[in-house]
Ligand binder design. Structure first.
Ligand code: ATP
Length: 310
């Protein structure tokens, strides 16, 4: 990655949550532990890991939902914690859009699709009248939805895949440069997951939109990702090009994730076979000894070493 085309640079990002449960002692949860990773303009980074590994915390930190405990997140070189003016913050929130797992959650059931797309185009691009109508049609066509059929519908009248396309159209309407897509296909019918991933890939290639693609499913990552980062217990344990990480996995946790493929529904918590659950727990025990040392096993392929303390 060259410095000039880095869009997002996360450096030493650590996030701890202080929990005070009703029962039991107060304690810290380290959701992110010294994460350093970047995304180039127009490229996709897939962050893959099981539930609780810290993927969503990473995405939420990038959207400025909370400050980091330590470390920095820079967007186009500027530390996002130092955006002070309202204009700077709005501009950042325009450039960085979030697409959620549940495609219904971000849409207002009381409004038509036309309304959902008109608002950002009016607010952010000051469009009105005929130009506004044309732009709404254009963004719908961009996400491969027929404007004639879709414009006047309400969210509940669309399929899950169509709703997710509307969410992506909204990000286009705002003028997003980076989309954080948090499990965007996991609630969709298996038969249409691939087409939504393909659309995201085309948005990346034709519109130069970067993606932070968050998923538990390593198999889907390779459809869109230019780089892949495997997360476990708040750390990135292996990263590099998908063909290297998936084709030649080195870290025991990456191997475990891949052993659950091609059935992405195999649960790493042992919801499937007992033998798999035992193996998964053994791997986790090894991974919990992860150290700070990282080895570049082949050019551009990095693996966090296990079994020693930093
Ligand atoms: N607001 C919060 N307060 C306290 N703990 C939190 C908070 N958000 C996340 N955590 C904890 O941080 C850890 C990482 O959570 P996170 O949601 O980022 O994982 P994830 O990999 O995205 O999992 P999932 O796929 O289930 O969302 C978990 O132990 C979680 O309980």
């Amino acid at each position: 990655m060259t410095q000039s085309n880095v869009l997002l640079r996360i450096e030493g990002a650590t996030k701890s949550f202080h929990l005070k449960p009703m029962f039991g002692a107060a304690h810290e949860v380290v959701a992110l532990n010294n994460i350093t990773i970047g995304i180039e303009a127009g490229k996709a980074l897939a962050v893959v890991g099981e539930s609780g590994s810290g993927k969503s915390t990473l995405g939420r930190a990038v959207t400025r939902l909370f400050p980091l405990t330590s470390g920095t997140i820079r967007f186009k070189g500027k530390d996002i914690a130092e955006l002070t003016s309202r204009a700077e913050k709005l501009s950042y929130l325009r450039s960085v859009q979030m697409v959620f797992q549940d495609p219904f959650s971000a849409l207002n059931p009381a409004h038509t699709i036309q309304h959902h797309l008109e608002r950002p185009l009016m607010l952010h691009r000051s469009l009105h009248g005929a130009a506004l109508v044309a732009a709404v049609r254009e963004v719908l066509a961009d996400v491969e939805l027929d404007p004639e059929v879709t414009l006047h519908k309400y969210p509940h009248e669309l399929s899950g895949g169509q709703r997710q396309r509307v969410n992506l159209a909204r990000a286009l309407a705002v003028g997003a440069e980076l989309i954080i897509a948090d499990e965007p296909t996991s609630m969709l019918d298996v038969s249409i997951r691939r087409s939504v991933l393909d659309l995201m890939r085309r948005m990346k290639e034709t519109r130069s939109i970067a993606f932070l693609y968050i998923t538990h499913d390593i198999a889907t990552a390779q459809f869109i990702a230019d780089d892949i980062a495997i997360m476990y217990a708040g750390q990135v344990v292996e990263w590099g090009k998908p063909e290297r990480v998936i084709g030649n996995p080195q870290h025991p946790y990456t191997k475990l994730l891949l052993s659950a493929v091609p059935d992405p529904n195999v649960r790493l918590d042992g919801g499937g076979s007992k033998a798999f659950a035992r193996e998964a727990e053994a791997v986790r025990a090894i991974c919990r000894t992860a150290s700070g040392s990282v080895l570049e096993t082949e050019p551009g392929h990095f693996v966090r070493q296990v079994g020693s303390v930093a």
